[in-house]
Design a protein around this ligand. Structure first.
Ligand code: PYC
Length: 399
């Protein structure tokens, strides 16, 4: 008997109650949680294939050790949903909570991490400042005490942080949404959104027109292109973020290691590959190509922390698109200008870890028509109110 497909193909229906643009973790999670709330007539439109965008191009780091109380509460909600996800979706998403270490190499860095540790602890998050001796115990292979340009002074240790298998997550959400009745439409590109009288009425795609009263923009890279269709400017810039992966090694790295001074983060996957990345490219671009400059810079910084990796081979390199907002926080919720138009965008370099929380809360928002409390700080209107949610210092690698 042929194996059954994880989700089915469908003809495009003439109308759906909800149309979700973007078949990444955010769109699929929203669809899945909507079906659990009883909303079944949903289309998820993906221009390429499921997980083609940021969901297939990230380094799959999960954590909640953010800086602001709003950010911490939100990402903690996501970690908790991730902890239950394999059970909830009946699919092994390979969540490995082996701990997350953010290194500080100077006094200002230590102060920043201490502040974060205190706020994390006040919010009930397992997160604390540790000294070089404990860092060395946790990661014996790291160059903690040897000669270095930027000696390690302390680290923020976050035991529940870790890594997950990103494609397992998107496939499992797609299957869950499909089983709940949602239609997953790949290779379906949105060309226009009709909004007569200030309310969503239809979405025009390369496969035809769909009548609908509710649209969710859950795209990355093209978030502003979709919002332009309804004349809503977004406060974001799109930058590529690159990463690379090494040949498989025996397991030796049992934590996620991040250094913003060295602009590097690294973890070891269950297959033994080292997965590493840096800060976003400093130019605006939609290019998905890797650069030699990034590979050289990343390798150089990595060798400062782990000199023994000098002869390890890099297998492949890639780039994804990151929509960076001024405060390094996402933009979620309904928009004031257009009835029935919702967004979950601006996910910068922190989108994958947030997928379950954004999906869960956006589904509640759409189903009830009311913005959940946890989403309120992230509304698009915060830029007009000048109430930013400053998370730049807690982005894994920020300049
Ligand atoms: O925010 O944890 C993070 C992250 C890791 C890689 C890019 N962003």
């Amino acid at each position: 008997m042929p194996a059954s497909r994880m989700w089915r193909d469908h003809e495009l229906k003439e109308s759906y109650d909800v149309v979700i643009i973007g078949g990444g973790v955010h769109g699929l999670a929203t669809a899945y949680y909507l079906t659990k709330l009883g909303v079944k007539n949903i289309a998820i439109l993906e221009a390429k294939y499921i997980g083609f965008g940021g969901s297939g191009r990230n380094t799959a780091i999960i954590r909640s050790n953010y800086r602001t109380p709003e950010g911490i509460a939100f990402y903690d909600h996501s970690v908790k949903l991730y902890e239950q996800l394999a059970l909830d979706l009946d699919f092994n998403v390979m969540f490995s909570q082996h701990g997350h270490l953010t290194l500080a190499h100077n006094e200002r860095g230590v102060t920043g991490l201490r502040e974060r540790a205190h706020t994390n602890q006040l919010m009930g998050i397992d997160s604390r400042l540790i000294q070089p001796r404990e860092i060395q115990e946790l990661c014996p292979m790291m160059n903690v005490f040897g000669p270095q340009r930027y000696p390690i002074q302390a680290a923020l240790y976050h035991p529940p942080g870790g890594i997950i298998r990103h494609d397992a997550v998107v496939w499992a959400y797609a299957r869950g949404a499909d089983r709940g009745g949602a239609h997953v439409h790949q290779l379906t590109e949105v060309n226009d959104i009709e909004t007569p009288n200030g309310a969503v009425s239809a979405v025009v795609t390369n496969r035809g027109r769909i009548k609908t009263g509710i649209v969710l923009n859950a795209t990355a890279g093209y978030a502003s292109t979709i919002c332009d269709m309804v004349n809503i400017p977004l406060a974001l810039e799109t930058h590529p973020l690159q990463a690379f992966v090494s040949e498989a090694l025996k397991p030796w790295l049992h934590h996620v290691i991040v250094s913003s001074t060295l602009h590097i983060y690294i973890s070891q996957s269950d297959r033994g590959e080292l997965v590493s990345g840096a800060e976003v490219d400093d130019y605006l671009s939609y290019s998905l190509r890797g650069t030699l400059a990034f590979a050289e810079g990343g390798a150089t910084h990595l060798l400062e922390l782990f000199p023994f990796l000098a002869n390890v081979k890099m297998l492949r390199q890639w780039a994804g698109l990151c929509d960076m907002t001024p405060d390094y926080s996402p933009i979620m919720g309904p928009v004031d200008e257009i009835k029935g138009f919702y967004i979950t965008v601006g996910w910068g370099t922190y989108g994958f870890k947030a997928g379950p929380a954004s999906g869960h809360l956006m589904a509640q928002c759409i189903q009830s028509g009311k913005t959940p409390k946890m989403l309120e700080p992230f509304l698009n209107s915060r830029f007009l109110r000048d109430q930013l949610v400053g998370e730049k210092a807690a982005a894994s690698v920020s300049h």
